[in-house]
Design a binder for this molecule. Structure first.
Ligand SMILES: Cc1cc2nc3c(=O)[nH]c(=O)nc-3n(C[C@H](O)[C@H](O)[C@H](O)COP(=O)(O)OP(=O)(O)OC[C@H]3O[C@@H](n4cnc5c(N)ncnc54)[C@H](O)[C@@H]3O)c2cc1C
Length: 393
């Protein structure tokens, strides 16, 4: 294959502007984020300062409309930026979604004019970080079982209950929280409120230490007679479908994109390792059995990238679909676990050592098959589309 053809494969039909964005973020992330990635993980410290670097270079609030201080770019640009950030530092990739993830997308898509004007300009500049809070002890995959309650009282709404697994809780300034607003069962009774850090009655609880993504400031939230003004109600009960539809784009540019970036980083690193590591008098990279493993990893990564980019481009063309999102999310999650696990194996004992990045890469992607809808829940939705006849080629 000529080098020109190789370039065409890697570019996936990107425009010149998209390639420029990707290359600029790659350089920025490599210089500023990669050197501190292992430390953020080791110290359980969200590297929020990296968001200021991104903001200074105009890489936050990418999808936020220019009228509210954002760049007004499409999902494809968002995917390219998040992928490059995660390739250097997965924790920064996750924090990036504080400015380009679920909560800002929801506000831009469904917020009142006052809410957009109040929050979006500050989110676009990473002056205000957001978190998305849906899960509770008894409401994981079963979101309709949310028990945290918001009850109207005069000009206010009073919130009581607790939330679990809230990514970025320790650093966020604004929380989009799903709450039960009416006694109707299931999703029908669920709405959403916006709660600012520091509101009396609202506390960010203990840090939750998971296997990976240790620098994302995950915590539980506790509400005890927390009173917010009625205009901080974000969504009345009964509109959850609209909220979930707005979040379709985020399901692509967040979780699976970060998995792709981390898998790419693991792959590149292990190629270098096998070239350097001498066993039986020659580099491990000369063992055909290991070369085939590298080939399999590259095949897996390229297939995942093609799926993700195609899905993002379709969203930008106004052709978003549930099946595209779920197939992409589930496939990229599984690919990233396979690839990072293989990198651990190929590095031998070094693969398990914290002196090398492989164990961190594996830990960072492992939980992504659970967050933002488990693989099984996404497979349920793929199967639903197949059996309803909506899925065809
Ligand atoms: C890294 C990470 C980040 C997260 N960030 C956030 C966040 O920012 N905000 C937030 O609100 N939440 C967050 N979560 C929580 C996440 O949304 C939940 O963990 C997820 O929805 C699954 O819920 P659960 O853990 O209670 O598992 P459960 O729902 O108890 O599921 C347990 C197992 O049963 C399977 N299962 C459940 N129901 C079905 C079914 N109907 N069919 C087939 N299989 C099923 C699941 O796939 C899973 O394997 C995060 C989680 C992780 C791991």
């Amino acid at each position: 294959m000529s080098s020109g053809e190789g370039q065409a494969v890697r570019d996936h039909g990107l425009t010149e502007q998209q390639r420029m964005i990707r290359d600029s973020v790659r350089a920025l992330a490599c210089t500023h984020f990669q050197p501190g990635a292992a430390r953020a993980d080791r110290e359980y410290r969200p590297p929020v300062e990296n968001l200021q670097v991104l903001a200074r270079h105009g890489f936050t609030g990418l999808f936020i409309p220019p009228a509210y201080g954002g760049a007004g770019l499409g999902l494809m640009e968002n995917v390219l930026v998040a992928e490059e950030i995660a390739r250097a530092c997965a924790n920064t990739g996750i924090l990036f979604s504080c400015t380009d993830g679920a909560a800002p997308r929801a506000i831009a898509g469904l917020g009142t004019e006052a809410q957009k004007a109040k929050y979006l300009p500050r989110i676009a500049k990473a002056e205000m970080l957001t978190a998305w809070s849906m899960s509770e002890p008894d409401a994981g995959s079963d979101v309709g079982n949310v028990q945290c309650r918001a009850v109207p009282e005069g000009e206010s709404v009073v919130i009581n209950g607790s939330k679990l697994w809230c990514t970025a809780a320790q650093v966020a300034d604004l929380f989009l929280v799903l709450v039960r607003m009416t006694p109707e069962p299931g999703m029908k009774g669920v709405g959403a409120v916006l709660v600012e850090r520091g509101t009396p009655g609202f506390t960010v609880g203990k840090h939750l230490d998971l296997l990976g993504l240790r620098g994302t400031g995950m915590a539980e939230l506790v509400f005890q007679d927390c009173r917010i003004p009625a205009d901080q109600v974000f969504l009345e009960a009964g509109r959850m479908r609209e909220l979930l539809a707005v979040l379709d784009a985020d399901r692509l540019s967040g979780n699976p994109t970060i998995c792709l970036g981390v898998a790419q980083a693991a792959f590149e690193s292990i190629v270098g390792y096998l070239r350097e590591r001498i066993q039986f008098g020659r580099p491990l990279a000369e063992q055909q059995g290991l070369q085939w493993k590298l080939a399999e990893m590259a095949m897996d990564i390229e297939a995942a990238r093609a799926l993700l980019y195609r899905a993002a481009m379709r969203v930008d063309e106004g052709r978003a679909s549930v099946v595209d999102t779920s197939i992409t999310k589930a496939f990229v999650n599984q690919m990233s676990v396979r690839v990072t696990n293989e990198a651990v194996q190929l590095a031998g004992a070094c693969g398990l050592s914290q002196e090398y990045p492989y164990e961190r890469h594996y830990r960072d992607v492992r939980g992504m098959s659970i967050g933002y809808g488990t693989i099984e829940i996404h497979k349920n939705s793929i199967a639903r589309e197949i059996l309803s006849g909506r899925y065809s080629n």
